[in-house]
Design a protein around this ligand. Structure first.
Ligand SMILES: [Zn+2]
Ligand SMILES: [Zn+2]
Ligand SMILES: [Zn+2]
Length: 477
C-alpha cells in the first residue's frame, strides 16, 4: 500500500471479504509490534501482511504472491537514505523467486502500461466499475471567462451551483494539492520574505498553529518578528494553500461543517479514524482536501468534487508532470460517485484546451497513454530511455560546485550514455546542504552500473560531500 492512512480501511475490508486478519506493517507502528511481526513472518506463522513500502524487506520464508495496490503511486519510491522503489524491488523479488505479482491501478504508470502493451506484463482489465456505476461527469470551469473574485479562488459561476448541491444534502470535496495556508510570506515594511534558513524555499503559513513552517525540514517560526523602528513586522500572504481554500469555503458556507483532509491534519491526528468514519457516514458535508484524499479512500456519499487548480504547470517542472496530473485527476474523479450515478467533477483551469482535461472526459483513457508515449518516444524519455540522477550535496557551496564539475570532466564520453549538467538543483539548499545535479540518460538495452561505479570511484570525494545515485529517479527537485 502506498499510504499509511489507508491501511486501516483496507484491513477492515480484508476482514469482511476473506475473514482473515492481516498483520499491519508501516513506519508508525511501535517497536514491540514490529518485533512480533518480524518474528511471526520469519517463522512463517504470519501468512498475510498489509504493509507500506518497507514491508518488502520482511523475512518471508515462503512468499507466494505480492499485490501492489495503486502501483503508479510515486510514494513507493523511497528517496531518503538508501533510495529504492518498493514496486520495482517487488517485481524483481517475484521474478527471482518465481511467483506472481499483481500491479493494480485504475491509472497505471506509463512504464507499466508500456510493459503490458509489449506483452512483458499480462494485462487484465475490469470492464465494469464497482457496483456498475458510471464515471462522474467532468465539467471544465474556464477561469478566464468565469473568474473568481479578486483574491479569491472559486469561480463566481460555480458558487450558485455549489449552494444548490449543498442544499440538497450532498457531500462536496474542494481539492487543492498544496498543504498549508500561504506559500509566500512577505513584510513590505522591511522587505523581508520568510524563507527557511536551512532550505532555499519559502516557509508555508499554517493557520491552525499560527506558525510558518518549512515542508522539507520542519523548521518552524512565529510571525512575531522585529521590523524596522522596533515595530513588529506586518506580513502579507500570497500563494494558495489548502487552509486558504478552507477559509474561502467557510465564507461561502458559514453554517456548514467543513473538514480539512491533508497529511498535516490526518496522518498525525489521534481523531483521524473518527474523522474518516464521519466522512463515510456523511456527517461532514464539505471536505477540503489535498492529494491524500485521492489515494483509494472510499467515501460513499461523495458525489461532487471541485478541483481548485487543474493545470499541469501547478505541479512544477518534472518529466512526468503530465502523467502525474492525469493520474491525480483521474484518481480523484474516481472518489466521486462511488454509490450513485449523478456524480460530477468541476475542473477549474486557466488552460481550458489542455489535452489532459479533455482526455479525462474521454471514456477511453488509452488516448492519453498513447499520446504521452508518443511524446516520450520523441523526447527519448523513459520508458524509451533510462535515467540516473547523481546528486552532489554538502555544506560548502564551493566544494559542491567543484566536485560536480570534476565529475563531469572525468566522465568518459561515449555514444550510448549521455551526461547532462551539473546544474544547481531546483531546491538548491535542503537542511543546510547545497545541492547540484547531474543526469545520465542511456539506452534501455544497457546495464551501465559497473561503468557508473568505476567513474564515481575515480573521483575520490571528500568526507564533507555526499554523493547520491538515484536510478530511475521519480523526483527531480
Ligand atoms: Zn504543512
Ligand atoms: Zn527547511
Ligand atoms: Zn518587517
Amino acid at each position: 500500500m502506498p499510504e499509511i492512512a489507508l491501511t486501516k480501511q483496507i484491513a477492515e475490508r480484508f476482514k469482511d471479504y476473506f475473514d482473515a486478519e492481516p498483520a499491519l506493517w508501516h513506519s508508525s507502528i511501535g517497536e514491540k509490534k514490529k518485533k512480533n511481526i518480524w518474528k511471526g513472518v520469519s517463522e512463517n506463522k504470519i501468512k498475510l501482511v498489509l504493509g507500506a513500502r518497507s514491508s518488502i524487506f520482511l523475512p518471508f520464508q515462503n512468499l507466494k504472491l505480492i499485490v501492489i495496490d495503486e502501483e503508479h503511486d510515486s510514494s513507493y519510491k523511497q528517496e531518503e537514505g538508501v533510495s529504492y522503489n518498493a514496486r520495482d524491488m517487488s517485481i524483481l523479488r517475484a521474478s527471482i523467486e518465481k511467483f506472481p505479482i499483481l500491479l493494480i491501478s485504475a491509472t497505471p504508470s506509463i512504464e507499466s502500461y508500456y510493459n503490458s502493451k509489449n506483452k512483458k506484463y499480462f494485462y487484465v482489465s475490469l470492464t465494469e466499475r464497482y457496483k456498475n456505476i458510471s464515471l462522474p461527469n467532468i465539467e471544465i470551469v474556464d477561469l478566464i471567462n468565469a473568474p473568481a473574485d479578486k483574491g479569491k479562488f472559486i469561480s463566481n459561476q460555480l458558487i450558485p451551483k455549489l449552494k444548490k448541491i449543498i442544499k440538497e444534502k450532498q457531500q462536496v470535496l474542494f481539492f487543492l494539492n498544496r498543504r498549508g495556508h500561504s506559500t509566500y510570506i512577505m513584510c513590505y515594511e522591511c522587505k523581508k520574505r520568510l524563507v527557511c534558513p536551512n532550505c532555499s524555499i519559502g516557509l508555508v503559513f499554517h493557520q491552525t498553529s499560527k506558525k510558518a513552517i518549512c515542508h522539507y525540514c520542519d523548521y518552524k517560526t512565529s510571525l512575531t518578528q522585529k521590523c524596522t523602528n522596533n515595530k513588529d513586522c506586518e506580513f502579507t500572504f500570497y500563494g494558495l494553500g489548502i487552509e486558504r481554500v478552507f477559509e474561502e469555503v467557510q465564507l461561502i458556507f458559514p453554517e456548514i461543517k467543513i473538514q480539512i483532509f491533508s497529511s498535516d491534519s490526518i496522518n498525525n491526528n489521534k481523531n483521524s479514524e473518527q474523522i474518516i468514519n464521519d466522512i463515510e457516514k456523511n456527517k461532514i458535508p464539505i471536505l477540503v482536501g489535498t492529494q491524500l484524499i485521492s489515494k483509494g479512500f472510499h467515501f460513499p456519499s461523495l458525489n461532487y468534487i471541485v478541483v481548485i487548480n487543474s493545470d499541469t504547470n501547478f505541479l512544477g517542472s518534472d518529466i512526468r508532470a503530465s502523467e502525474k496530473n492525469f493520474q491525480l485527476l483521474q484518481q480523484l474523479s474516481g472518489r466521486a460517485g462511488r454509490e450513485e450515478n449523478k456524480a460530477k467533477v468541476f475542473l477549474q483551469t486557466n488552460d481550458p484546451n489542455n489535452k489532459i482535461l479533455h482526455s479525462l472526459s474521454n471514456s477511453d483513457p488509452k488516448v492519453f497513454y498513447e499520446e504521452e508515449l508518443l511524446f516520450r518516444e520523441r523526447a527519448y524519455l523513459p520508458p524509451f530511455s533510462k535515467l540516473v540522477s547523481i546528486i552532489v550535496s554538502g555544506a560548502n557551496q564551493f566544494e559542491v560546485e567543484k566536485i560536480s564539475k570534476k565529475l563531469k570532466q572525468s566522465f568518459l564520453l561515449q555514444e550510448k550514455i549521455k551526461i547532462y549538467g551539473p546544474v544547481t538543483a531546483p531546491i538548491f539548499k535542503i537542511r543546510g546542504k547545497y545541492r547540484m545535479r547531474l543526469l545520465l540518460k542511456y539506452d534501455v538495452s544497457l546495464f551501465p552500473q559497473k561503468f557508473i561505479k568505476n567513474w564515481l570511484d575515480m573521483n575520490i570525494v571528500s568526507k564533507n560531500i555526499k554523493l547520491e545515485v538515484d536510478v530511475d529517479p521519480v523526483s527531480f527537485l
